[in-house]
Design a protein around this ligand. Sequence first.
Ligand code: SIN
Ligand code: MN
Length: 282
Amino acid sequence: MKLSQDQIEQFDRDGYLFFPALFSPEEVAPLVEEVPRLYAQQRPENIREKDSDSVRTNFAAHMYSAPFARLARHPRMIEPVRQLLDDDVYMHQFKINGKMAFDGDVWQWHQDYGTWLNDDQMPTPRAMNIAIFLDEVNEFNGPLIFIPGSHKMGALEAGHDTRTTSYPLWTISNDNIRHLVSHGGGLVAPKGPAGSLLMFHSCLVHASTSNLSPWNRVSVYLSLCAVQNHIRRFKRPGYIAHRDFTPITPLPDDCLVNPYPVDLPWKDGTPPAEQQGLQQAA
Ligand code: SIN
Ligand code: MN
């Protein structure tokens, strides 16, 4: 999949592109089926919500689940990101966020690059976020909210919030959000069926509210980083911030419906060295 000049200009202006129903129901089905099995596992990669057993986020499924390993190499994502970053890309982070019915908690206002800079020493924002909806996203189940154009501000001042949710995040103050929203950005919350894809800049400011609805809002997030821009610090566990900077080779376009062979190096468990932060830098 190649982006048109119009799409490139739109991405540059707004900081995101939305592709409703980019993947068909047949392509999404094997991913949806796999999620309960992954969430039921007792693995360090499953981070649960503060006040319930519901999974908030599952990390690195592409290392131990065949359907997600194939998704991680899908040309409909890898090719446009390579086009925009003008480099080969590697997987910096891979997560499946639950935002489960009734239990899914908020994601505070943040830029992903804030965390990648402060925790992982990623040199520049030459990295891209992709969200793939595995459930319909509607106005009730906690859609992602963007401030269009906010990526133009670069890395904003952020504070480390270790209290609000079960997952620490570098968050942006309410005063800064008020300023960004009222000075032209406004707010958008792209909604669509399962199989929709969002591509967004690593400096785009975003958040999502809790899910009070009876519908899960499971979404997969790939964070793809330009190989030359790899992280320099390994403070976080390897399953959260990957240390393998090998460029991703895309599979054929039908890889979600045909069982192409994929390596699953963590299928028998997470290697101990990947479960902790390291002093050693890259
Ligand atoms: C994120 O920003 O990393 C996740 C937000 C969400 O899943 O709503
Ligand atoms: Mn984020």
